[in-house]
Design a protein around this ligand. Structure first.
Ligand SMILES: NC(=O)c1ccc[n+]([C@@H]2O[C@H](COP(=O)([O-])OP(=O)(O)OC[C@H]3O[C@@H](n4cnc5c(N)ncnc54)[C@H](O)[C@@H]3O)[C@@H](O)[C@H]2O)c1
Length: 351
């Protein structure tokens, strides 16, 4: 019997190379990388050689590989749903799907249904949701989810490539076409993409303070340059502000705050790609401040360790209804923010 779980990757791009392979190298007692798949044969072959694994360019070849127990989906967003469903149907032991889980609530619900039918657990790689510094605060925050009235997410990051290059030598990157930002449809699409690609990390955390989001009202949304967004919205009668800027900053910052009248949560997360320990959360009242973290383990390690524990039957699989709701919330915010960008443009044109 094999003592480690064999891992196969669908998509061998920067996230596989700079996030998951270094993480699994630290968890070699639990995982062995067995198979790298990519539609680009050169990328699959080169990354597989680094990992001492097999490679392929077809989904079926990876799913047929008996050494692959766990499928990690690190392809572009649009493929996540079909690949997660195929991995469940192939009877693998677990699936780790990078965020976003899918591109629509219906796609996410189909993944959940197939996971339930096949008994294959699906985890979503929104690493902050697994972060020990976040989870420790969640365990101690008492009435904060109901009492909070203001939630604020602020992200200031250099481009991903800066961190990818610090972690490894990334083989290829997609070309970014130059975009005409005077076109409102382009600006709306970029805000939508910002929510689906970046805010998606924090929206499950934001949702833990909301008992509903069917009343979601985006008050304003704008694209920030060179890339980012600012979205002000109300849901469950609470004010939520989402702010992100990607610039050449030397000092990254990733903060989530929740305010109630008698308690404040302030969490500072490590940025994506950074293998440097956990978030630090501070819960402050008028009488005291409690600090949680840092822990030496980050959210990436924690998600893989949780997956291994789920496969061993030591912890319950993730609540898929909750993950589907996270995705529905994310899509609702993305759609409403994009519409707010278009609406502001119409108002300006009419003035
Ligand atoms: N958790 C995090 O911190 C984090 C950070 C950045 C990105 N991500 C997510 O990880 C995923 C991958 O990101 P990336 O930056 O590596 O993306 P990328 O687009 O740069 O690379 C993806 C790779 O997948 C390959 N590919 C394309 N279509 C494929 C298919 N159908 N099957 C197999 N491979 C295919 C591409 O050739 C490329 O090598 C995205 O969904 C992204 O949202 C997560």
């Amino acid at each position: 019997m094999r003592s480690t779980l064999g891992v196969g990757f669908l998509g061998s791009g920067p996230v596989t190379q700079a996030i998951h392979l270094p993480t699994l190298a630290r968890l070699a007692d639990q995982f062995t990388v067995r198979h790298l798949n990519d539609i680009d044969a050169g990328v699959a072959e080169t990354v597989a050689a680094r990992a001492g694994a097999a490679y392929s360019t077809s989904l079926e070849t990876l799913l047929d590989d008996p050494l692959v127990d766990v499928v990690a989906i690190c392809s572009p967003h649009a493929f996540h749903a079909e690949q997660a469903i195929a991995a469940c149907r192939a009877g693998k032991k677990a699936v780790l799907c990078e965020k976003p889980m899918a591109m629509s609530g219906d796609e996410a619900a189909t993944i959940a249904a197939v996971s339930a039918e096949t008994g294959v657990p699906v985890l979503v790689g929104a690493m902050h949701t697994f972060d020990p510094g976040w989870r420790a605060a969640v365990a101690q925050w008492g009435e904060l989810p109901t009492a909070s009235h203001t939630i604020r997410s602020s992200i200031v990051l250099p481009p991903n490539a800066r961190f990818e290059d610090l972690a490894t030598e990334v083989l290829t990157r997609p070309d970014f076409p130059s975009l005409d930002l005077s076109d409102v449809q382009v600006r709306a699409a970029m805000v939508h993409a910002g929510v689906m690609g970046l805010a998606v990390h924090d929206l499950p955390l934001v949702r833990s303070f909301l008992s509903r989001y069917d009343d979601l009202n985006v008050l304003s949304a704008s694209l920030l340059t060179p890339f980012g967004y600012r979205i002000l919205m109300v849901a469950d009668s609470k004010v939520v502000e989402l702010h992100a800027v990607v610039s050449q900053t030397w000092q990254p910052s990733w903060v989530l705050e929740a305010y109630a009248d008698d308690q404040v949560l302030h969490t500072e997360f490590t940025p994506s790609y950074v293998h440097a320990g956990s978030a630090v959360s501070t819960l402050t009242t008028a009488e005291s401040a409690q600090v949680f973290g840092p822990s030496s383990s980050n959210g990436y390690e924690a998600e893989w360790l949780e997956l291994a524990a789920v496969v061993r039957g030591e912890v319950a699989p993730p609540d898929l209804d909750g993950l589907v709701d996270d995705l529905r919330f994310t899509v609702a915010v993305a759609d409403a923010a994009a519409e707010a960008v278009r609406s502001a443009d119409r108002t300006e044109a009419a003035a």
